[in-house]
Write a protein of this length. Sequence first.
Length: 299
Amino acid sequence: MDIGLRHLQCFLALAEEQHFTWAADRLGISQPTLSRHIQRLEAVLGRALVDRSTRHPRLTAEGQRLRADLQVLLPQLETALRPAEPPSSLRLGYAWGYPLQRGRRAQATLEERHLVLVQPVRRDDRTAGLREGCVDAALVWGAVRDPRLVTTEILREPNIAAVARTSTLAVRDRVTWRDLGRRCIIVNTVSGTLTAQDWPADATPEIGAETSNIEEYLHAVAARRGVGVLPVSVAAQHPDPDILYLPLTGAPPAVLTYAYPRTNPHPYAATFGRALREDRPAERSAFVRGRNRRASADA
């Protein structure tokens, strides 16, 4: 049957307008073209659909039956044949620091394999905008406990101490977790994960300053308000002429968590999580290895 979707659309428009000129205008075609499409449809079906004996076309009984069927079926057919829309971009929230190598490799994987753009979005809160609906998924440091979210641990890496270059700790090659317990520490109260309670009871530090983002945090360290603790990859992204990063022994690891909503997630949220987990580079960055090599040479 040599009938196309356009023939059916032309007939339904004519049936609803009951005027060749009006139907042609509605379809954006000429009246002769509309007439040819109707005639072709009648020829293939072998029956008259339009009575042309009056000034305005009237539907025959067969035309009325076809109109009733097409009013139901044609919208469904048009929807089924509509080209698929490309999936929307994935808004990826982060707060303390974007895991550059791993995050960018996973981002490239999603964009190259699935043609889904990943848009990193910095949000200074505990879930990097996820609970507020500002992002579709998030990479955050520390564990996330929320039954509304699907969470996956992506990696663990060492923490590192951030001290002012004028601090008495700056002469050391490394510090211990208990060393910091005898100092004041800087705490990020908005998106940070460490508190004074993370130290042993007999070595609990005092709070030297409370901050709300990474910039305030580093300014407080440089001003000697206290000592900072950062994941090594975050420290590597924030060099500061007034801050020295020292290897930190005995400290708990920094945990990077990937999270997205359990209900109505982005179509590619889980796919991006798999791309993050498939990437397994060495967890100790070149930033730490370089410091360790320097410490060994000085010993």
